[in-house]
Design a protein around this ligand. Structure first.
Ligand code: URA
Length: 322
């Protein structure tokens, strides 16, 4: 199943750019290569056989680890004296584009764009987390935190470690200098978009019911389906742990008895889409998450990891008031 939309991921060299960060998943991720500013290092660790533990126990361990590692981020100063942002040439130099002097020359040569506009005069200030900066048309990775989008394949467990040695999210981001967290979970048999970051507050807000971030799913079900199925899902279906409502519903494809439907909702209870559709009489054969707030899966291949663009990160931050 594929969703619409497309993500542009051409990043300017180094600093954990998206091409370096992509890992193909023909079952397992590639060992990491050494790369500027994002770790690299020894060969992938070996899996240990360990006693089975419940998913709840794993979740507790992860919550504890998150609290332990979730130190407040070293925030870059947003103001310098009475001026906002950081000097563009300084941000470019830190991203590995050369000395500050060399970066000033890039600006003089009209090779630098900020949010789609060429900058030619010196003295421009930017927000390295939110402004989209390009050199020669290629995005420069200037974020002070790491933000990744993974297309999780079926069979991968939504945890950073798995004591039973099953393939898990941690396998896709090994050997990083900083600890990453996954933003919410997908069932092991659900595939699609899952976000990973070391920005603890963002991860927390994106999954907190208070912020009600919308998630979009494509579900394969067997028809025929009644005309009012969407209406019923939007009105709410009663589940054992209370009512659940869809924000939107539409039929994307219908070939004979096979239906592909798109459901969006802003809550994150376990198996919520499968349970809602099953309760309505349509058990799900296959489920893919195609959207998380403003971030779309697009044509990102199964098992590939990509660095999110500054524009995407800016949108995510605004979504939860950061
Ligand atoms: N709803 C489900 O049923 N499964 C998921 O993985 C996510 C949402």
């Amino acid at each position: 199943m594929r969703s619409s939309g497309r993500n542009s991921n051409r990043n300017y060299r180094g600093a954990g750019n998206s091409r370096d960060d992509r890992q193909q998943s023909s079952g397992r991720p590639r060992p990491e290569e050494r790369r500027y500013g994002s770790g690299g290092g020894p060969a992938p660790r070996k899996k240990r056989a360990a006693p089975a533990r419940s998913r709840e126990y794993d979740a507790q361990i992860e919550e504890r680890n998150r609290a332990r590692h979730d130190k407040p981020a070293p925030r870059l100063p947003k103001t310098f004296g009475d001026q906002e942002g950081e000097r563009l040439q300084k941000v470019l130099a830190r991203a590995g584009l050369g000395s500050r002097r060399a970066c000033e020359e890039l600006i003089d040569q009209a090779r630098v764009e900020v949010n789609g506009k060429i900058v030619t005069s010196q003295g421009r200030r930017v927000d390295p987390d939110k402004d989209e900066i390009r050199v020669d048309g290629l995005t420069v990775a200037t974020q002070s935190h790491l933000f990744f989008a993974l297309n999780k394949p079926v069979g991968v467990v939504s945890s950073m470690e798995d004591p039973d040695g099953r393939q898990c999210l941690g396998d896709y981001v090994q050997n990083r200098e900083t600890r990453l967290f996954h933003v919410g979970r997908l069932d092991t048999d659900t595939e699609g978009l899952i976000l990973l970051t070391n920005h603890g507050e963002l991860a927390h807000r994106l999954t907190h019911p208070k912020y009600g971030v919308t998630k979009g799913y494509l579900a394969a079900i067997q028809g025929p389906i009644p005309r009012d199925l969407g209406k019923r899902l939007k009105a709410g279906v009663e589940l054992e742990d209370g009512y659940a409502r869809a924000d939107s519903f539409r039929v994307v494809q219908n070939t004979g008895r096979n239906y592909l439907v798109e459901v969006s909702l802003h809550e994150g209870r376990k198996h919520i889409v499968r349970r809602m559709l099953a309760e309505a009489g349509f058990p799900v054969d296959k489920l893919v998450r195609t959207r998380f707030g403003p971030i779309v899966l697009g044509d990102q291949k199964s098992g590939w990891l990509r660095r999110m663009t500054n524009t995407e990160v800016g949108r995510l931050m605004r979504e939860v008031g950061l």
